[in-house]
Design a protein around this ligand. Structure first.
Ligand SMILES: NC(=O)C1=CN([C@@H]2O[C@H](COP(=O)(O)OP(=O)(O)OC[C@H]3O[C@@H](n4cnc5c(N)ncnc54)[C@H](O)[C@@H]3O)[C@@H](O)[C@H]2O)C=CC1
Ligand SMILES: O=C(O)[C@@H]1CCC=N1
Length: 290
């Protein structure tokens, strides 16, 4: 979906709990697709962030999570994994009364954990409909990628609502096995940082070869943009696009052989594995009952 297209269905009123980097990217996506800013509430303790969200997007902000949550039928939990438990427990009573659709974007934190924390003290609280979503920051441009997983309490309407909300950020894919959400986090949630790192490294290497700073940056960044567009706008596999740049005995071959003999593929696999493992650790580290 391109940034100016409207959404296929209205996601209804939304309370973002946490108004940091990822919430900001998602809010930018929603507002640019014509979602009325006054249906978006944001709870954020940092006053400067609240002021910036109001000025930039016209959304309603609150210092209190409970206040924002009481305004909306969908809660988008966008705080760090390390504070998620406290935030959920503070909202538990309201959650059991209002029974919102709760969507968490926190890395690692499982639906079982969210369900327990939002269930409050009552061990037999009826499980809430909960969606685990893993977006990424290109959401701000409508070019994001989100993996979604729902528990059994989420009905077709809830799935449609979650998908409408996250599709404001770009593409979505449903993941039926929750255990794979850590792999989604490791590939696409964290993935933009890997591409930014490559861009940084290309820029630095260009400077080391003698290019002026500004030229090195433009050459690296425009190359990443052009390659990303070819990857998504052509029907060819990445390996075929690479083959077409690589003249036998030429310059690209010299570079690609250096990457391959240096173990780039193994390094990427190890990096993705470590990111997924970190997601699993975050779940354990933030749950003394697990
Ligand atoms: N940054 C990214 O690229 C992505 C982040 N995520 C997930 O999104 C979540 C947020 O990450 P970021 O936006 O990067 O972090 P962030 O630190 O920029 O945002 C979190 C915000 O929550 C606020 N906050 C803290 N306690 C709060 C409370 N009790 N009530 C309301 N707000 C509270 C903080 O002031 C902060 O502004 C994390 O769980 C992360 O795993 C998921 C996908 C991508
Ligand atoms: O680094 C993190 O933990 C978060 C989750 C995915 C991207 N940023």
């Amino acid at each position: 979906m391109s940034p100016n297209e409207t959404l296929p269905s209205d996601p209804g009123s939304i309370a973002f709990i946490g108004g940091g980097n990822m919430a900001r990217s998602l809010i930018g996506g929603l507002v640019s697709r014509g979602i009325a800013a006054d249906t978006i509430h944001v709870a954020e303790p940092v006053e400067a962030l609240r002021a910036a969200l109001e000025a930039d997007f016209g959304v309603r902000t609150h210092a209190s999570a409970l206040q924002a949550a009481s305004e909306a039928e969908t809660w988008l939990l966008a705080v760090k994994p390390q504070v998620m438990r406290g935030v959920c427990e503070a909202l538990a009573t309201q959650a059991q009364v209002a029974r919102p659709l709760a969507i968490s974007i926190a890395a690692g934190i499982t639906i079982d954990q969210l369900s327990r924390w939002l269930g409050g003290d009552s061990a037999d609280a009826t499980p809430l409909p909960i969606v685990r979503a893993m977006p990424n920051t290109p959401a701000l441009l409508g070019a994001g990628m989100t993996g979604l997983h729902a528990n059994a309490q989420v009905d077709a309407g809830g799935r449609t609502r979650a998908e409408a909300l996250l599709s404001a950020a770009g593409k979505t894919v449903w993941i039926e096995d929750e255990a794979l959400m850590d792999a989604v986090t490791a590939v696409s949630g964290s993935g933009p940082a890997y591409v930014f790192l490559l861009a940084e490294a290309m820029e630095e290497a260009g400077k080391a070869e003698g290019l002026p700073d500004a030229a090195a940056r433009t050459l690296a960044l425009q190359t990443v943009l052009g390659a990303a567009r070819m990857l998504t706008e052509s029907d060819e596999a990445p390996s075929e696009l690479r083959r077409r740049v690589t003249s036998p005995g030429g310059t690209t071959q010299a570079a690609v052989e250096t990457f391959e003999s240096g173990g780039l593929r193994d390094l990427v696999a190890q990096a993705v594995h470590n990111a997924a493992e970190r997601g699993r650790q975050l779940a354990r580290a933030n749950d003394e009952d697990a």
